[in-house]
Design a protein around this ligand. Structure first.
Ligand SMILES: N[C@@H](Cc1ccc(O)cc1)C(=O)O
Length: 398
């Protein structure tokens, strides 16, 4: 159990978030029930994770520090249902890459990963019980409401498929089947969270609280860091020189602190990571500025960096160089781990770790009050890669 007081736990759990829905549910667990809070964060393995991933990772770090029991849902079926962003045959294999990535990022910011539980969506979402609940929910939620709920999450296309309506309903059910008190996600998940709050009780299940992270703005003007626009994002395995190049091309006008994806990244990613790594209220931001522009300079608080930039005492070129260096420092340990881990590399290239037909390592999840005790942990789940899948993978390479 955590040595923190309920107030300290609550502060860590909600630190830096954009919004919290139903905070009283969280407070009740911490203050009245006095047991560890259970939270899940879901991710659909649709492509290569980018630097925006640091935001939920920082939050998971806060949650673990606060003594929360954290489950990471690798939502393979959701990746499939999201307009086939990942074909069914491929998606489970790609899930492994996501698990490596999440663990690697957390280790890179000094967060122990042994208390994290990974669950693969398809391990419980195909059970008769879940299916029946899905049918029940589809009798409660209107097509319009389901469509609206998915609007910021499900890829919007000219001829929307029915799967886009099923997607949000399943995200609602996951809260119950993962046995949690709270769901965490980016603020882009808000409409699905509200759908859950409004409908889950119709199935006789309890309403959950919702924690919402800020979105990391993209590097170009306007919009969020998006997997579908390569210039707006930096991949987690990006080469240092590519990082420099992309940051150099980023939108950043002198003195403009409002539309500034770089400052937002420092504020929402680099600053909380420094706090996690070096202790509360620690911020060190160094810019190796050439002598002719004033020489090297460092900042001890984000506010100082921001106000110096606002006063135009720090130029966009120099800010960019500092941010690129800081990002490369963040990525180095992840790239190192990737280079040293064959399974991680295979998972990236093929979306799949080496086949191990003999040893079936699938573990049963200890039932921590989850609805479906058969939910499998993702670790070690593997099946041989059929030829057809290998071909599909080739076609759909990230
Ligand atoms: N909707 C989430 C993924 C997700 C899927 C299912 C869940 O239960 C939770 C989250 C995303 O956009 O990344």
């Amino acid at each position: 159990m955590s040595e923190l007081t309920p107030e300290q736990q609550y502060e860590l759990i909600t630190r830096g978030l954009q919004e919290v829905l139903n905070p009283q549910i969280i407070k009740n667990v911490l203050e009245v029930e006095k047991r560890p809070l259970k939270v899940y964060w879901g991710t659909a393995p649709t492509g290569k994770p980018h630097c925006g991933y640091f935001v939920p990772m920082v939050k998971l770090a806060h949650l673990l520090k606060a003594g929360v029991e954290v489950t990471v849902l690798v939502a393979d079926l959701h990746a499939f249902l999201d307009n086939m962003k990942a074909p069914l045959e491929v998606v489970q294999h790609r899930a492994k890459y996501y698990e490596f990535m999440v663990k690697s990022i957390l280790r890179s910011i000094n967060v122990p990963v042994d208390r994290l539980k990974f669950v693969l969506g398809s391990s419980y979402q195909l059970t008769p019980e879940y299916t029946l609940d899905l049918f029940k929910l589809s009798n409660t939620v209107s097509q319009n409401d389901a469509k609206r709920a998915g609007a910021d999450v499900v890829k919007q296309v000219a001829n929307p498929l029915l799967s886009g309506l099923i997607y949000p309903l399943m995200q609602v059910l996951d809260e119950e089947y993962l046995g949690v008190d709270v769901q965490l996600g980016g603020v882009d998940q808000r409409k699905i969270f509200v759908l859950a709050e409004e409908n889950i009780q119709s199935l006789g299940y309890k309403k959950r609280a919702h924690l919402m992270n800020r979105m990391v703005p993209g590097l170009m003007q306007g919009g969020k860091m998006s997997a579908s626009d390569p210039n707006s994002k930096i991949d987690l395995l990006e080469e240092p020189k590519v990082v420099k190049k992309k940051i150099n091309q980023a939108f950043c006008a002198p003195g403009n602190i409002e539309e500034n994806g770089l400052l937002a990244f420092v504020k929402n990613v680099i600053s909380p990571i420094h706090e996690l790594k070096y202790g509360e209220n620690t911020f060190e931001f160094f810019i190796d500025r050439p002598e002719k522009y004033g020489g090297p300079i460092s900042f001890n608080s984000y506010e100082e960096l921001e106000s110096t930039f606002a006063k135009e005492e720090l130029s966009p070129v120099d800010l960019k160089s500092g941010v690129a260096d800081a990002i490369n420092v963040l990525l180095t340990p992840i790239i190192e781990e990737y280079k040293n881990n064959k399974d991680f590399q295979l998972a990236e290239v093929e979306g799949y770790p080496a086949p191990q037909p003999e040893k079936k390592k699938t573990k049963k999840v200890k039932n921590r009050g989850s609805k479906y005790p058969g939910a499998k942990e993702l670790e070690g789940s593997s099946a041989p890669l059929p030829e057809a899948v290998a071909e599909k993978l080739e076609e759909t390479k990230l």
